[in-house]
Design a protein. Structure first.
Length: 95
Protein backbone atom coordinates (compact mmCIF):
# COMPACT_ATOMS: atom_id res chain seq x y z
CA UNK A 1 0.00 0.00 0.00
CA UNK A 2 1.31 3.43 -0.85
CA UNK A 3 1.80 5.98 1.89
CA UNK A 4 -0.13 9.25 1.77
CA UNK A 5 2.96 11.25 0.86
CA UNK A 6 3.85 8.90 -1.97
CA UNK A 7 0.29 8.97 -3.33
CA UNK A 8 0.31 12.77 -3.31
CA UNK A 9 3.68 12.86 -5.02
CA UNK A 10 2.52 10.45 -7.72
CA UNK A 11 -0.60 12.56 -8.29
CA UNK A 12 1.36 15.78 -8.64
CA UNK A 13 3.95 14.25 -10.95
CA UNK A 14 1.24 12.65 -13.09
CA UNK A 15 -0.70 15.89 -13.39
CA UNK A 16 2.40 17.87 -14.27
CA UNK A 17 3.61 15.28 -16.76
CA UNK A 18 0.24 14.96 -18.47
CA UNK A 19 -0.28 18.72 -18.38
CA UNK A 20 2.77 19.22 -20.60
CA UNK A 21 1.25 17.00 -23.29
CA UNK A 22 -2.19 18.57 -23.28
CA UNK A 23 -3.55 21.88 -24.40
CA UNK A 24 -3.30 24.65 -21.79
CA UNK A 25 -7.07 25.03 -22.04
CA UNK A 26 -7.64 21.58 -20.54
CA UNK A 27 -8.25 20.80 -16.89
CA UNK A 28 -8.70 17.66 -14.85
CA UNK A 29 -11.78 16.43 -13.05
CA UNK A 30 -12.72 13.45 -10.97
CA UNK A 31 -14.35 10.90 -13.27
CA UNK A 32 -17.46 9.19 -11.92
CA UNK A 33 -17.19 6.59 -14.71
CA UNK A 34 -13.60 5.71 -13.80
CA UNK A 35 -14.52 5.68 -10.11
CA UNK A 36 -17.37 3.24 -10.75
CA UNK A 37 -15.27 1.01 -13.02
CA UNK A 38 -12.55 0.69 -10.37
CA UNK A 39 -15.11 0.20 -7.60
CA UNK A 40 -16.77 -2.64 -9.51
CA UNK A 41 -13.40 -4.23 -10.39
CA UNK A 42 -12.55 -4.25 -6.67
CA UNK A 43 -15.86 -5.94 -5.84
CA UNK A 44 -17.38 -3.03 -3.92
CA UNK A 45 -21.12 -3.11 -4.52
CA UNK A 46 -22.05 0.55 -4.19
CA UNK A 47 -20.77 4.07 -4.08
CA UNK A 48 -22.21 4.34 -0.59
CA UNK A 49 -19.98 1.47 0.56
CA UNK A 50 -16.89 3.33 -0.67
CA UNK A 51 -18.20 6.49 0.98
CA UNK A 52 -18.52 4.72 4.30
CA UNK A 53 -14.95 3.44 4.07
CA UNK A 54 -13.57 6.95 3.53
CA UNK A 55 -15.99 8.76 5.83
CA UNK A 56 -18.27 10.41 3.27
CA UNK A 57 -22.05 10.52 3.39
CA UNK A 58 -23.92 9.61 0.18
CA UNK A 59 -24.71 13.29 -0.57
CA UNK A 60 -21.07 14.29 -0.03
CA UNK A 61 -19.88 11.55 -2.36
CA UNK A 62 -22.48 12.52 -4.96
CA UNK A 63 -21.34 16.16 -4.85
CA UNK A 64 -17.73 15.09 -5.22
CA UNK A 65 -18.39 12.76 -8.17
CA UNK A 66 -20.52 15.35 -9.95
CA UNK A 67 -17.63 17.82 -9.53
CA UNK A 68 -19.62 20.31 -7.49
CA UNK A 69 -16.43 20.74 -5.49
CA UNK A 70 -12.83 19.63 -5.88
CA UNK A 71 -11.40 16.92 -3.66
CA UNK A 72 -8.53 17.71 -1.32
CA UNK A 73 -5.31 15.76 -1.64
CA UNK A 74 -6.20 13.98 1.59
CA UNK A 75 -9.54 12.90 0.11
CA UNK A 76 -7.83 11.65 -3.05
CA UNK A 77 -5.40 9.67 -0.91
CA UNK A 78 -8.28 8.09 1.05
CA UNK A 79 -10.06 7.00 -2.13
CA UNK A 80 -6.84 5.60 -3.58
CA UNK A 81 -6.19 3.63 -0.42
CA UNK A 82 -9.71 2.16 -0.35
CA UNK A 83 -9.82 1.43 -4.09
CA UNK A 84 -6.15 0.39 -4.25
CA UNK A 85 -5.50 2.60 -7.27
CA UNK A 86 -3.34 5.51 -8.36
CA UNK A 87 -4.69 9.07 -8.24
CA UNK A 88 -4.50 9.44 -12.01
CA UNK A 89 -6.78 6.39 -12.35
CA UNK A 90 -9.62 8.52 -10.95
CA UNK A 91 -9.21 11.66 -13.06
CA UNK A 92 -9.73 12.66 -16.68
CA UNK A 93 -8.86 15.63 -18.82
CA UNK A 94 -11.68 17.91 -19.97
CA UNK A 95 -11.88 21.01 -22.13
Amino acid sequence: MLTNKLILLVLLITILRKGKKKSPMMSIKLSANKFDRIRIEKGIESRAAVGELVGFSPPQLSNLLSNRYSPTLRTIAKFCRVLDCRPDDLFEYVR
